[in-house]
Write a new protein. Structure first.
Length: 288
C-alpha cells in the first residue's frame, strides 16, 4: 500500500534537507510522523555509491535515545561506567551498517551518548546521515536536562530544522517567509510568499549566508558557524571579530540595490529587523 504523502510544507523542507548530509532536527509531538519524515529525507537523498563499504545496508534505522539500547538504565538498574562502552559500541554499529540513523527523543539523551554523538556529528568515518527528533522544541529544553556546555544539544539548536506538524493537528508554518535557492546556472532565486523572482547572478558569499539563514528561520548562528558552513576546512582568523565583520560585509554587499536583489525581498529582510547580522545572525520571517 502506498504511504500517504507528507504535507506540502514538510515535503519541501525534506527536499531541502536531502541536498546534503548535514544533520537535521525534527520537532513535533507525533513520533510516527517524525519517523515518516526521517525516511522521506533518506529516500530523497538517494542511494549513495560507496565502494569502500559496498556491503553496507543502504537503509534508515530509527532508535529512541530512551530505548533499551541507549538508555541510561539497563536491565539491572542504572548503568555502571563500565557498561557505557557497550552502549557506545551499539552506536558505532548503527553508524557502520546504516546510511541514515534517526535518533528520537533526543531531548532525553544520556550524557555519555551525547558526547559520542557530538564527536560523530560532522566527522563520522562511516559518513552516516544523522536525523534527530524531539517532542520538545529546543526553546523549551530546560537547563536541567543537560549541562549548559553540552556539545550535542547545543549543536542541535543550530541544525537545519523541520517542524513536523500535520495541518490536522496544528497550524502550518507561515508562507510569508523568504526562500533562497541556487538554480542550475548558478543564479540565485528568491521566493517570497507565493511570488518567485527572476534569478540574480552573483558569486558573493553573502548569497550563501542568506540561504543558510533562510533555510533555518528563527535559528541563531554565530558568524563563525556561517563561515564554517561555507568553508568547513578553513583556517580560523586570528582576530576575534573578523568573522563578524566579514559576514556582515558579505551580506551588506548582496543587499546593495545595485546587486539587483528585488526591492520587495530587500524590504522584507530589512523591515522590522527580520534579518540580523552581528554577534548573532538570524532570519525571523515573523519578527517578534
Amino acid at each position: 500500500m502506498t504511504e500517504e504523502p507528507l504535507p506540502e510544507h514538510i515535503e519541501s523542507r525534506c527536499a531541502a534537507a536531502a541536498q546534503n548530509r548535514e544533520p537535521v532536527l525534527l520537532v513535533g509531538t507525533d513520533p510516527s510522523l517524525a519517523d515518516r519524515v526521517a525516511h522521506r529525507i533518506h529516500t530523497l537523498s538517494g542511494a549513495r555509491l560507496d565502494h569502500e563499504f559496498e556491503e553496507r545496508k543502504k537503509q534508515c534505522i530509527t532508535q529512541s535515545c530512551v530505548g533499551e539500547a541507549l538508555s541510561p538504565v539497563g536491565a539491572n538498574g542504572p548503568r555502571e561506567p563500565s557498561e557505557w562502552q557497550n552502549v557506545l559500541s551499539v552506536l558505532q554499529i548503527f553508524l557502520s551498517e546504516n546510511d541514515t540513523v534517526h535518533l528520537s527523543d533526543v531531548e532525553s539523551v544520556a550524557q555519555p551518548v551525547q558526547y559520542c554523538l557530538a564527536k560523530e556529528l560532522h566527522a563520522s568515518e562511516f559518513d552516516a546521515r544523522f536525523i534527530f527528533s524531539s517532542t520538545v522544541d529546543p526553546t523549551g529544553w530546560r537547563e536541567e536536562m543537560y549541562p549548559g556546555s553540552d556539545p550535542l544539544l547545543m549543536a542541535l539548536k543550530q541544525c537545519f530544522r523541520i517542524n513536523v506538524t500535520d495541518p490536522a493537528s496544528g497550524p502550518a508554518p507561515s508562507s510569508t517567509g523568504l526562500t533562497v535557492k541556487q538554480d542550475d546556472n548558478g543564479g540565485w532565486v528568491f521566493e517570497l510568499g507565493a511570488k518567485q523572482y527572476s534569478p540574480v547572478s552573483g558569486k558573493a558569499h553573502g548569497f550563501h549566508y542568506l540561504k543558510i539563514l533562510c533555510d533555518s528561520p528563527g535559528i541563531e548562528f554565530s558568524p563563525k558557524q556561517l563561515r564554517d558552513r561555507l568553508k568547513p576546512n578553513r583556517v580560523s582568523p586570528k582576530a576575534a571579530d573578523t568573522d563578524r565583520g566579514r559576514v556582515r560585509n558579505a551580506v551588506d554587499l548582496v543587499m546593495d540595490p545595485e546587486r539587483n536583489i528585488p526591492f520587495e525581498v530587500r524590504n522584507h529582510l530589512k523591515k522590522h529587523g527580520r534579518l540580523k547580522t552581528g554577534a548573532v545572525c538570524v532570519y525571523n520571517p515573523v519578527p517578534e
